[in-house]
Write a protein that binds this ligand. Structure first.
Ligand code: ATR
Length: 332
């Protein structure tokens, strides 16, 4: 597939969301296996890798640092700061807060540079907007990192159209990362037009609906177990009842996929990338086979009728994309 632009980087429209290698989707992938996957991804033409301070408390950034230290010129690395875990007295995380202060940014960026074993981060995001710090203050400080050569381009994640415009007036915003998929369409009315207006790229995260849209999940094969946050308390779409209803919608994606001898996940990715030339996707995977399948979405050319069928599914999805605490961190 033709490359697309983020800032002045030319990237494969399919990047790699690295979070699941270290956090939130069950136990972390073993280091040697994870590094093998990251190296194979480069060989397959992937050159945009997405991580965050939040993912495994630095473990995910350290993994990328180890994997890419000897091939830094072949990859664009995006990382993020802002959210922090809150710990109880026993050191167990009990929730999260967001800190968009320049002081927290300084602390975070120095850690990220060290963990990533690099002297420059290609794309540095504010991971969630801090309601207590004016966006001009946070982005003003982030702009200093660009001037100092520590960061090449700036991004925001889950920011509203109004916040994006205010941020861009402070310092050019190259990318906004938000959830976007056949099942999650919140950004279409405000954020996507704002990105067109300022000439920024959408980096679509969870383009596979956190795995739901791949067709690999079923009643009997539901995510669960240690370290897995796709469960009712955190992710209402995986609650009993909602999960089954959402799986029925995936069957409809599957019937479109059958026409292309493709998988539902490939159709889901083709749908996202078909929404605009300024959109790239970062499906997450821990498996080479799945990465290859995802890259195969480039061969899926959806017809207008098929797109209309897929467009109609969003209104029937059951459950919010995060629980209340998670949704309250989304800037609206
Ligand atoms: P996120 O952005 O949160 O990582 P996503 O990209 O929508 O979410 O989906 C990621 C999930 O889809 C992961 O659980 C991943 O599981 P694996 O690590 O086992 O691959 C799953 N996934 C990704 N590509 C897949 C594919 N081609 N087939 C089946 N599952 C896939």
């Amino acid at each position: 597939m033709d490359h697309r632009q983020i800032h002045d980087f030319s990237v494969n429209p399919i990047g790699l969301g690295c979070m699941g290698l270290s956090a939130f989707y069950g136990p972390p992938t073993e280091q040697a296996e994870a590094i093998k996957l990251l190296h194979a991804a480069i060989e397959l033409g992937v050159n945009h890798f997405d991580t965050a301070e939040m993912y495994g408390l630095g473990a995910n950034e350290k993994l990328l640092g180890d994997a890419f230290a000897d091939r830094r010129d072949k990859v664009r690395i995006a990382t993020k700061f802002g959210p922090k875990f809150i710990f109880d007295d026993a050191g167990k995380p009990t929730g999260t807060t967001v800190d968009g202060t320049p002081e927290n940014m300084r602390r975070a960026v120095e850690n990220s540079l060290a963990y990533l074993k690099t002297d420059v981060i290609d794309l540095y995001y504010l991971h969630r907007v801090d309601p207590n710090v004016p966006i001009e203050e946070t982005v003003g400080a982030m702009g200093e990192l660009v001037r100092e050569g520590k960061v090449r381009a700036l991004g925001l994640s889950e920011a509203s159209a109004g916040t994006i415009r205010r941020a861009h007036a402070t310092h050019p915003i190259a990318a906004v990362q938000s959830e976007y998929s056949i099942f999650s369409r919140d950004i279409e009315d405000g954020v996507l037009p704002a990105l067109d207006e300022i000439g920024a790229t959408l980096v679509a995260y969870s383009p596979l609906g956190r795995g739901l849209l791949t067709g690999a999940m079923s009643r009997d094969n539901k995510p669960g177990g240690d370290g897995e946050y796709r469960q009712a308390a955190m992710q209402p779409r995986f609650a009993d009842g909602a999960y089954e209803a959402n799986l029925a919608l995936v069957e409809e994606v599957g019937s479109v996929a059958d026409h292309h001898r493709a998988t539902p996940g490939q159709v889901a990715l083709a749908w996202v990338l078909g929404r605009g030339d300024n959109i790239v996707a970062i499906p997450g995977t821990t498996r080479l086979k799945n990465l290859k399948t995802n890259l195969g979405s480039a061969d899926v050319d959806l017809t207008d009728d098929q797109i209309a069928r897929l467009d109609a599914l969003a209104d029937r999805v059951q459950g919010a994309r995060y629980n209340e605490a998670g949704m309250s961190a989304v800037n609206r």
